[in-house]
Design a protein around this ligand. Sequence first.
Ligand SMILES: [Zn+2]
Length: 409
Amino acid sequence: MNGSGLWHAQHAWLGRAAQDVLIEVVDGRIAAVTERVGAPVAAVTLKGWTIPGLANAHSHAFQRVLRGRVEAGAGDFWEWRKQMYGAAEWDPPGYLAYCRDVFREMLAAGITAVGEFHYLHAHGNALGQAMIEAAKDVGIRITLLDACYLRGGLDGRPLEGAQRSFSDVDAERWAQRMDELQDAPGVRIGAAIHSVRAVDPASMRVVAEWARHRGAPLHVHLAEQAAEVEECVAVEGCTPAELLEREGILGHDLTAVHAIHLDDGDISLLGRHGVTACACPTTERDLGDRVGPLRELAAAGCPLSVGSDSNTVIDMLEEARGLELDERRAVGRRVLHQPSELLRAATSGGMRSLGWEAGELKPGMLADFVTFESATTRQNPLEAGFVVYACSARDVTSVVVGGNAVEIK
Ligand SMILES: [Zn+2]
């Protein structure tokens, strides 16, 4: 991911629409961005609309095997979870091959960085390392958010069935295993507290301390289901967000995934600490999750990001518009987030959450950019509203990661 070269975009998104944009890349980073210039002979020409690389801030690659298979029958989140546990057993070679496929699909959708929220520990670090190898093989950036997962619920009940293979027994052993994983070009190691259900307060502190000592991103599943909040209030006497505050977990480096069942106090806590909220609308719809207060979170000071989560759908623009459109139906109003804010969630918001200096086309940033070309791009001016509402993963024609063009077809 240390490529150099020249690209000339017909239209490019620089936080605003720009035309005839020359992007100069040196050693994987953007060296210069110049508007309204012709294409030098040496430049690669990008027809259509070029935007920063998309960031998938929350993914569980293995869950793509459930695509299309769990839509018949009935049930709720907890029924779905049983089916998901049935897909959690992998051997390292099989997982390497599978993840290559998933990551190729992500790259073809314009995703240049993925955050893998990873808790499959039956083989120690082998499946995490398989994901890192798969990402390197296909050329996508990966932030491996390795999750601590220790118990079956807030009452301290033990893990059952497949859950047992997610556990390191205690947080100290989780941290020892994490110390064996290293950052590398295109690879960042991050930490995750699976949820307030699965990690006790003392262990949460160990995970957060590990992340902060390393300067690594920290993620947590937060308040996806009402039952988690009820159990937390019953056992800890406070909401999950308040528990994270009490234990010193909230901070700018934290991403709260889902963040659905929040009260006003939770929203202002998360906002005050600058916690990133990550919405996963296509998965949340699929699982029958409610709609989170993203407008209020953004107003309180939370940067937004989006994730493909279960990977039934892999299209960050669908996640970005889903964030807005789901909320419209929940509150009965339109345009709760401006299109440029939604585009930011899918690019710089997610990149920041994953620890990458990317997501904007400006000098100094990692040279990740994606081009869309379709009837829409030919017939309309470049505007964030058209990108978010009229483009999809299928319109991607070119993907550059760290100054290297990636094969996407
Ligand atoms: Zn998740």
